[in-house]
Design a protein around this ligand. Structure first.
Ligand SMILES: Nc1ncnc2c1ncn2[C@@H]1O[C@H](COP(=O)(O)OP(=O)(O)OP(=O)(O)O)[C@@H](O)[C@H]1O
Length: 565
């Protein structure tokens, strides 16, 4: 059926496989460019193990080379990843390119690789074999997208800090995507070798990296079939030009370049954006699942959940927090107030694991302040938070934002999803029920399919609260949740906070809206220059002369917000 076009269509398949190795790192927001090195290593090693005769008389011997190539690529990526994944952005790109160059120089100079002349092998990869491999990859990515792991990839891509505060292990997620990228690049290297029948070190040069990256970006990395679209587009354009008689050598790159620019300018999410209007409509709440099914009960009211002793944090010469002693008990609503720069955010950053203290010690829900692992360990222990400046996942829908919030209290479903096991479906429905319940609680259920950018500022803050609540937290930390809200919205928020406390959630919140703080809190802590200057019942603290002088001033607190310069 494809007679005459087999080479072309197989080239599309190979281009798609290479692009998938970029797709998987881009999905997690990593600009990694070491794929040519992984492909090269895998291709050369595969030539040592792939038989020269068909298996069982007719089976392509490349099926032995593929797992070997994937394992070599993955192992190399894992080893390279340990040092280079400390880098980010352009530095990660440079570090990984350096690795590819090292591999190329090594292969050029080794004897067993036959140096620059390269190696010849049988052409065992056929058109249908190549497309079966693409179909398998497409299936793996199709099932990955809406899984818990796929959402963790997206969360890390959108905002690493927010992702770790939702319980996502950012280091592990980045390493997973990097290792998977190495495995797929390894598969590509083997496929390439056995399709063209020859490899040289120059086959896996910087040009290959550029091709793979462009194909992945062009196709789009937000949709699982992006690499196939990208490869089809880039391979088809020169063919169409030939067909219409535009054969001059300079026209090919010109037309391809202009089309590429057009796609990047007008479809920044890649070609697959065109299909995004067929996006999944969020499933309705499932009446079979109660949101708290299977989750641990919250601790009894009054149980000690955090204890800090002499906690301090210095940024160089700036002592942001000094000698703070604090105890938090289950069921209370603890307000933290103080002038700008008093150290409030720094204090809650330490309590939620985002920052390690430089002095003192403390424990929150059994996790030591400054413990290795950082914020995701605190999140998994039951601490959840919002941020002073919203850190929503902008390219995920409202519902998907909240679903990321369920990460800390749900189980990985990806491998079970691949096998369509009913238990994976059950776990996902449970997570969905939990997410819907939070959206309903904050009044955003009717906007579940929108992007956060389409919400008003107040709604974005509510969405962040819903996302934090989706982790079924024991301790909920809100950093200036009413900022930007009008008086009515702030009063509603105070009501929501009180209702959370009635449900047994402990709330710790920083707020400048003093009226709201006095309405919602059961206890108040006042910070000034990093130190606690008052603590106790809200009405007593508000009347404390030291607090009035340092923070409240003589303003009428009925007016709400207290502004300090
Ligand atoms: N990463 C950092 N590096 C250096 N200094 C910092 C850092 N983070 C905070 N600080 C400093 O620590 C002090 C306390 O800041 P912090 O943000 O905790 O105060 P805050 O009470 O939350 O203020 P605001 O009400 O304005 O949010 C400030 O002087 C601030 O400049």
């Amino acid at each position: 059926m494809f007679a005459g076009y087999e080479t072309l269509i197989t080239t599309i398949a190979l281009g798609a496989i290479l692009a998938y190795s970029f797709h998987v790192v881009l999905m997690a927001g990593q600009l990694s460019l070491g794929q040519a090195g992984f492909a090269s290593l895998a291709a050369y090693v595969a030539t040592l193990v792939v038989p020269t005769e068909p298996l069982f008389g007719s089976l392509s011997p490349v099926i032995i080379g593929l797992p070997v190539g994937a394992a070599v690529g993955a192992a190399a990526a894992f080893l390279v990843g340990m040092p280079v994944l400390r880098l980010r952005g352009v530095f990660l790109a440079i570090g990984t390119i350096a690795f590819s160059e090292m591999v190329r120089v090594f292969m050029n100079n080794a004897e067993w690789t036959n140096g620059a002349l390269g190696l010849r092998v049988e052409k065992w990869v056929t058109f249908d074999f190549a497309w079966i491999v693409v179909a398998v990859l497409a299936y793996l990515f199709w099932r990955l997208g809406p899984s818990r792991t796929g959402r963790a990839f997206a969360a890390v891509r959108e905002d690493e800090l927010a992702a770790s505060s939702m319980g996502v292990n950012v280091v592990r997620t980045r390493m997973l995507s990097f290792t998977a990228s190495g495995a797929i690049a390894g598969v590509y290297g083997v496929m390439f070798a056995y399709f063209y029948g020859r490899i040289t070190p120059a086959t896996f040069d910087f040009g290959l990296t550029v091709d793979g990256l462009i194909t992945a970006v062009l196709g789009g990395y937000l949709v699982f079939f992006g690499p196939i679209l990208g490869s089809g587009f880039l391979t088809a354009v020169p063919e169409i030009q030939d067909a219409v008689g535009l054969e001059a050598g300079w026209i090919h790159p010109l037309v391809t370049g202009v089309l590429l620019l057009a796609v990047i300018l007008f479809l920044p999410g890649g070609l697959s954006t065109i299909f995004s209007r067929f996006r999944r409509v969020p499933a309705a709440p499932d009446p079979d699942y109660a949101p708290l099914d299977g989750l641990d009960p919250l601790p009894d009211k009054g149980t000690e959940i955090a204890k800090l002793h002499g906690i301090g944090k210095a940024y160089g010469a700036v002592q942001a927090v000094r000698g703070v002693d604090l105890e938090i008990r289950s069921g209370e609503v603890l307000g933290v107030i103080g002038p700008n720069g008093a150290g409030k955010t720094t204090l809650v950053n330490m309590i939620s694991g985002l920052e390690a203290p430089t002095s003192g010690e403390g424990e929150v829900l059994g996790v030591r302040l400054g413990a290795t692992g950082g914020a995701h360990r605190f999140a998994q222990a039951g601490v959840s938070r919002t941020f002073q400046h919203s850190k929503l996942f902008d390219r995920l829908t409202v519902l998907d934002n909240v679903l990321v919030g369920t990460h800390a209290v749900s189980k990985s479903t990806y491998l079970r999803r691949l096998l369509w096991l009913p238990s994976a479906r059950r776990d996902e429905r449970r997570a969905l029920a939990l997410a819907w319940a939070q959206l309903e609680r904050v009044g955003l259920a009717d906007r579940a399919n929108l992007r956060p950018g389409a919400l008003s500022y107040g709604d974005q803050r509510r969405l962040e609260i819903a996302r934090a609540l989706a982790s079924h937290p024991t301790l909920l930390i809100l950093d200036e949740p009413a900022a930007g809200m009008n008086h009515v919205e702030a009063a509603e928020l105070a009501g929501l906070i009180r209702s959370l406390a009635e449900d047994g959630i402990t709330v710790l919140f920083i707020e400048h809206n003093v009226k709201m703080v006095l309405e919602a809190c059961t206890r108040l802590v006042v910070l000034n220059f990093g130190e606690v200057i008052a603590e106790g019942e809200p009405s007593e603290v508000a009347a404390d002369p030291a607090v009035v002088e340092a923070y409240l001033g003589t303003e009428d607190i009925e007016d709400g917000e207290v502004e300090h310069v």
